[in-house]
Design a protein around this ligand. Structure first.
Ligand code: ATP
Length: 572
């Protein structure tokens, strides 16, 4: 049993096999051997992802926060926007992506394979506890032999191939070191390679004590000659680490040269910032309000991995919520809490979902708060991976675009400022602050798939996808028990009626092949919550059986009550 399976009860290999077999996710360009970091969605996956996107669109833009009032006591207001993948290159200079969106990477000189240098070289723990000698931790991503640079460094070491494994190895050592107190850690080894170490008191209050930090590039350069290549196994076979920009480049125009270089967007947010003024000037929105959009983003990730979790092409759903600086912290807390509730509402409730508030020293210089909604994927367990970041971005982005473009980004707030003799307000001009809940739809789909995946050995097919009815790609199935005696005709009629009524929410299937047990099993694997069977009794007393996917229990209801039953269960 793989260690991930032991920790979560779910095997990533089994989940990936089911995704392929049932048409949730395929490797892109598979018949040509695939292309690393790119994935396609099959019929079930495409509908699942659409349902997730639609749920986001409905609950963030059309009826924000389920109609709840914001911290100002008024309904939350958001409008949609659609902006392009390719923007003027100056957008990315202003946003900081051209200068700062980098990972250090090395190539194997012989095999030409490339990967992240920080994963290769390990990490250090900077101890902030006042007593005791400094602790060093090395996390080793790929190499199984770290003797070369162990001397003098770490008192704690872990040689592991995943973050979760590193954690497991480090924990007993940390516990030994901090005798008598409970120690836990949260590891995130992604763009910002870091891990937070906490201690807990008897009341489970936790205190942050230390952080793992990425090795600076200069130090990596010193060490690279002494590190064996994980590909050729030879020392001295790796190039110096170089900063590698994660943005994909392209050339615009048929006769374009390097001067016509443009970039594929690495996030959708910047398109919103550069259209902020147009939205304010051409609609009736008033601060506070949000602009939401969904769309594809691209990052030339050095090491795409963990199925779709770290892809090179992925879809984001981002809201930029603009407010007065004095109210921004309240809005930040509001959005942070709502986003957590939202992921719970579509089926990610329980211990596998956490909200992690960033520590002060993790924050960007302009931010007063950032939290991540994180999910315990089988490949991150016992740690978590980010699903969504909720960031207080201050006025950083609008100010940057004002400076780089010369366009004024100030908002004239006519509801503020001193009261004039005529009873009106003088108005106040300011650059709004922005709260950004930025979610990844592909990671969302992957989390929903991992959460839904369950096994019940007593069923004909033990794999059951327990999707929340709102996001399940198939909402219901209609089966004639046998393909004769008038049952197919009744099934066709019910199927047509349900399809007509529920097509907006997802597919309604009809299936008359194979035994009824096999048909239930197919629907269990697809995550269809309800199956309606037409049998001999239907022909005499106008009732059908409803089978519940999760319990397997069956009950009889009138055929004329099926639509109402489904409406109650899945909405619409
Ligand atoms: P990470 O640290 O995991 O690389 P990030 O903090 O850089 O993520 P953001 O820039 O905050 O991510 O992007 C918002 C969301 O977009 C993330 O929470 C994630 O769901 C999604 N996302 C980012 N990079 C990728 C990727 N390479 N593949 C799939 N989804 C991604």
């Amino acid at each position: 049993m793989a260690s991930e399976e032991a920790k979560t009860g779910k095997s990533m290999d089994a989940i990936m096999a089911l995704c392929k077999r049932r048409g949730f996710i395929y490797q892109a360009s598979e018949i040509y051997g695939g292309i690393n970091g790119f994935w396609d969605y099959g019929p079930l996956g495409a509908q699942l992802k659409k349902n997730l996107r639609d749920a986001w669109w409905e609950d963030m833009i059309m009826r924000p926060c389920w109609g709840k009032n914001g911290p100002n006591g008024r309904p939350v207001r958001c409008v949609p926007l659609e902006t392009r993948i390719i923007q003027h290159p100056k957008v990315w200079a202003a946003s900081g992506h051209i200068s700062g969106f980098n990972d250090p990477m090395v190539d194997d000189k012989e095999t030409k394979q490339r990967f992240r240098a920080d994963h290769l070289c390990g990490l250090y723990l900077r101890e902030v506890a006042s007593d005791g000698p400094p602790i060093g931790i090395q996390y080793q991503g790929f190499i199984n032999d770290i003797r070369e640079f162990r001397a003098g460094d770490p008192e704690l070491t872990a040689v592991a191939s995943t973050e979760g494994e590193a954690l497991e190895l480090l924990m007993p050592q940390l516990k030994k070191r901090f005798k008598g107190v409970d120690v836990s850690a949260h590891v995130e080894v992604e763009h910002d390679v870091q891990a937070d170490i906490y201690i807990h008191d008897a009341n489970q209050q936790r205190a942050w004590i230390a952080k793992l930090k990425m090795i600076p590039l200069a130090l990596l350069k010193e060490r690279i000659a002494y590190i064996k290549s994980p590909f050729s196994g030879k020392m001295g076979h790796l190039t110096d680490p170089r900063q590698f920009n994660l943005m994909f480049k392209t050339i615009v125009g048929a006769t374009g040269t390097e001067d016509d270089t443009a970039y594929l967007r690495p996030e959708t947010a910047q398109g919103v910032f550069v259209q902020f003024k147009n939205v304010v000037d051409t609609t009736r929105v008033k601060i506070p309000f949000g602009i939401g959009n969904t769309g594809t983003s691209f990052r030339n990730e050095v090491t795409p991995r963990n199925f779709t979790f770290r892809s090179r092409e992925f879809e984001q759903a981002e809201l930029e919520f603009f407010c007065h600086p004095d109210e921004s912290f309240e809005w930040y807390k509001f959005w942070r809490d709502f986003r957590m509730d939202w992921w719970k509402s579509i089926g990610l409730a329980g211990d596998n979902l956490i909200l992690r508030e960033h520590e002060k020293d993790e924050l960007s210089h302009y931010s007063v708060g950032t939290s991540d909604v994180e999910y315990r994927f089988p490949f991150t367990a016992p740690g978590f991976g980010e699903l969504e970041g909720i960031a207080h971005r201050g006025c950083f982005d609008l100010t940057q675009h004002q400076q780089h473009s010369g366009a004024k980004m100030e908002y004239n707030d006519t509801e503020r400022g001193e009261i004039l003799p005529n009873g009106g307000r003088r108005g106040e001009r300011y650059i709004p602050h922005c709260i950004e809940p930025a979610a990844g739809l592909d990671r969302g789909v992957l989390a929903l798939i991992c959460e839904a995946y369950s096994r019940d050995e007593s069923r004909p097919s033990p794999e059951v996808m327990k999707f929340h009815p709102r996001i399940a790609p198939i909402k219901a199935a209609v089966f004639p028990l046998v393909a004769k005696e008038g049952m197919p005709e009744v099934a066709d009629k019910l199927h047509a009626e349900l399809s007509q009524r529920f097509w907006r929410q997802g597919a309604i299937e009809i299936d008359e092949k194979q035994s009824i047990g096999k048909r239930y099993a197919r629907m269990d694997e697809a995550g269809c919550p309800y199956c309606f069977t037409i049998d001999g009794d239907t022909l005499t007393n106008q009732t059908v059986t409803v089978r519940d996917r999760d319990s397997g229990a069956q009950e009889r209801i009138g055929i004329d009550k099926v639509a109402a039953f489904l409406t109650e269960k899945i909405g619409g």
